[in-house]
Design a protein around this ligand. Structure first.
Ligand code: ASP
Length: 335
């Protein structure tokens, strides 16, 4: 029988009502799982629960928690066939992206899931999300970090939270779903990553200073000069369309150039969820290219942030980070 480790980090799925709104509560979740009959039926893989301490609303997730989760998976890698990480939806796509980079040569499924409605409520979507995630975590076809939610299995570093209240809360705008769960779970074999050859290698992350800037009409780039210093190792800039910024770049160009000379790598992403950045396609993006910015192609902001953390934590110098940001490492971008 397959053995699955469920790592419960917090999030809506296990929250209870409190006078200040929903919040996680220690010791409650085990009983909540025991009350789901399907989790104890024949055909269900053997599962064990590990409750993290403290339980968090995922808005409070940090690099330290990513390290704890990745370490737990690495330490238990030989004992289990797959892992389910129960997590709040707000930053689930960031954690999924981070884990995908941290767990190099992952040969088993790591499935992140959660819910929009807590298990303590009548219409909770958590029950199906947990049951199906455990089944996916026991499937030998999956060798990657993925995110299951509302009937869709998505590559973790391609997913983004799309709805604050819908039960299909995540989308993967630039990569097909890895599987769809209807009456059966139908895997899209061609979309899944191949099984890696080498042994699992864990890369812990450091809390590298990283920034995200979203451009908007009328943005005064000069105001950002004080933060775009060598203190920031990486910046993700969310541009219009295919990588365009307002104006002719005159204001931004020297700022980026100075930041780059100081060691900061600037990665260009798009505010459009779908499609890719194409630096130099328009005059309005040429300045970014000339100043040494790299193209994030069709990567999500979540994955770009996680990738910057990963590359700097690996000890890469800025030139290597630039090269790697434009290379596909874990299926996070279409090159
Ligand atoms: N605020 C919650 C969290 O991210 C939302 C959720 O889980 O759906 O932990």
């Amino acid at each position: 029988m397959k053995r699955i480790l469920i790592i419960y980090t917090g999030g809506t799925i296990g929250m209870v009502r409190t006078p200040n709104g929903y919040a996680p509560q220690r010791g409650y979740f085990r009983a909540a799982l025991d009350a789901i009959p399907s989790l104890h039926m024949e055909g269900m893989p053997h599962w064990e629960l590990f409750e993290m301490e403290p339980l968090l609303d995922s808005s409070n997730m940090t690099v330290a928690e990513w390290n704890k989760i990745a370490q737990l998976i690495a330490e238990n890698y030989g004992r289990y066939d797959g892992f389910v990480v129960l997590h709040g939806t707000d930053t689930m796509a960031y954690t999924a992206s981070a884990l995908s980079f941290m767990l190099e040569n992952l040969g088993k499924p790591v499935v992140l899931t959660g819910s929009q409605i807590p298990l303590c409520e009548l219409r909770s979507d958590g029950r199906d999300n947990i049951i199906t995630s455990i089944l996916i975590a026991a499937d030998e076809r999956v060798h990657e970090v993925c995110l299951y939610f509302g009937g869709n299995l998505l590559r973790g570093n391609r997913a983004t939270k799309y709805s604050a209240d819908g039960l299909i809360a995540f989308v993967s705008p630039n990569y097909p779903a890895l599987a769809e769960a209807g009456i059966t779970i139908r895997y899209r074999k061609s979309a899944l990553l191949a099984k890696p050859e080498g042994a699992l290698r864990l890369q812990l992350l450091e809390n590298v200073p990283i920034g995200v800037i979203k451009v908007f009409p009328g943005i005064q780039f000069e105001l950002f000069e004080s933060i775009m210093t060598e203190k920031l190792r990486g910046i993700v800039i969310e541009t219009f369309g295919a990588g365009n910024i307002p104006g002719d770049g005159n204001a931004l160009l020297p700022i980026i150039r100075r930041a780059f000379e100081g060691g900061t790598v600037l990665t260009v992403c798009s505010q459009c969820p779908q499609g890719a950045v194409s630096l130099g396609a328009y005059e309005t993006s040429s300045a970014l290219k000339q100043a040494g910015a790299v193209s994030g192609l069709d990567i999500t902001t979540e994955a770009a942030v996680a990738k910057l953390y990963y590359l700097f934590s690996r000890g890469c110098d800025k030139e290597t980070v630039k090269v790697e940001m434009e290379r596909d490492l874990r299926g996070e971008m279409t090159v």
